[in-house]
Design a protein around this ligand. Structure first.
Ligand code: ZN
Length: 395
């Protein structure tokens, strides 16, 4: 599969969008963060928030301005990150000027009053530099915030303070550059001047077939690859999700085929980790869809009905029927379930559905055997995913 390469094109209006988002966005986000920091400032969390806010601001500009140049976007994102963090210091410098004598110890205040020194003279004397630079150096020497927070037990030195600031700046830059770079790398149809639509799900591949599937795709054997895709099963871990992404306007530009591994998070949520993204022709995509969804050709309306709410949810008020399967089919299910130690009892029934009643909808319910001792909360969800991945049920 060919991979998508951005054209690196930026129009004049796109450039204006970028500059605006980078400069104005940076200063605004920095300013707001400064105001907030007067009430609360959480180390590392705030920089992450500032970076992702800045990244979102630039992403918006990249989309609106149709900027397809990841490098230029990253560069201006970098500038924006500097402005965000810099504004925080400028804000604090302003505050320092407003409340200057209060920052000093009573003894120092007394000396200052006698000598009649100005702020700049004071900074010059302390750090060798007047103005903003002098203030930044002065804050590094004082490291006010951290020392207060640790009750003065741990005096952080100047070098450490600089390193800490560098770390915070890197966090901001990391977020803002990554977000902007990937936004400008999104697929774009040059003839139509339009961003591609969001990826549309085609189906998924069971983990046991995923290796074969990836090899078939590598060999551009879409016909055999399509046979491994299940179109009507929900995303579960560790399956491979198959998605297509195309231009919203034309039927000629290449289509993006996106394959991602589904990961089950510790909180129970699912995340997609792309493992292969490439371009296929419109014709290949069309064939691929037809092979995966043969039903969509025969009766397109049936295909939509299969995914109606009635067919994908279970409620207490639903009517249930006996499964009506043959003994051989039931035996097959029992054999497959027997491999799961965690399943104590299984129930297999049919739900009475209003949509497409001629196509039976089966429900498999299981009662779990619980191990002694600690078990993570997610164990139940894991079992459901495992069932999706490992057993074959009649359709
Ligand atoms: Zn197009």
């Amino acid at each position: 599969m060919k991979s998508y390469q951005p054209s690196n094109k930026v129009s004049f209006s796109g450039f204006k969008w970028l500059i605006c988002a980078s400069l104005l966005g940076g200063i605004t986000i920095g300013g707001i963060s400064f105001l907030l920091s007067q009430f609360v400032y959480i180390f590392f969390i705030f920089p992450m928030g500032m970076g992702s806010l800045g990244g979102n601001c630039l992403t918006y500009a990249i989309q609106k301005g149709k900027v397809r140049n990841p490098l230029l976007s990253s560069l201006l994102a970098g500038v924006s990150g500097l402005l965000i963090y810099g504004s925080l210091f400028v804000g604090n410098y302003w505050l320092f000027q407003q409340r200057f004598p209060q920052f000093l110890s009573p003894l120092e205040q007394e000396t200052l009053k006698k000598s009649g020194e100005s702020i700049d003279e004071y900074l010059q004397e302390k750090t060798g530099k007047p103005g903003f630079l002098g203030y930044v150096k002065y804050s590094a020497q004082e490291a006010v915030v951290i020392r207060e927070m640790l009750n003065g037990d741990f005096a952080i030195n100047e070098t450490l303070t600089w390193l800490y600031w560098l770390l915070e700046l890197s966090i901001i830059e990391g977020f803002i550059i990554t977000l902007s770079y990937s936004a400008a790398k999104e697929p774009f149809c040059e003839p139509c001047e339009a961003w591609y639509n969001q990826p549309k799900r085609l189906g998924n591949v069971k983990s046991q077939f995923s290796q074969d599937f990836l090899e078939l795709i590598q060999d551009e054997n879409y016909f055999q690859a399509a046979e491994l895709i299940k179109a009507n099963s929900p995303p579960y871990s560790p399956s491979v999700e198959v998605e297509l992404q195309r231009c919203p306007c034309c039927k000629t530009s290449d289509v993006i085929l996106k394959l991602s591994r589904v990961k089950l998070e510790s909180q129970g949520g699912l995340t997609l980790k792309p493992i292969q993204v490439g371009l296929i022709t419109q014709q290949q995509a069309q064939q691929f869809i037809e092979w995966v969804h043969p039903q969509s050709l025969e009766q397109p309306e049936n295909w939509v009905s299969l995914l109606s709410t009635d067919r994908i949810t279970i409620k207490n008020s639903d009517q249930f029927l006996p499964h009506g399967l043959q003994t051989r089919q039931i035996k097959e299910i029992v054999q497959q379930l027997a491999k799961f130690w965690a399943i104590k009892t299984a129930y297999f029934i049919q739900k009475q559905v209003q949509t497409l009643p001629e196509k039976p909808l089966y429900i498999l319910g299981v009662v779990r055997r619980r191990p002694l001792g600690y078990e993570p909360e997610i164990a139940d969800i894991k079992l459901v995913h495992q069932l999706y991945d490992e057993i074959e049920l009649p359709e």
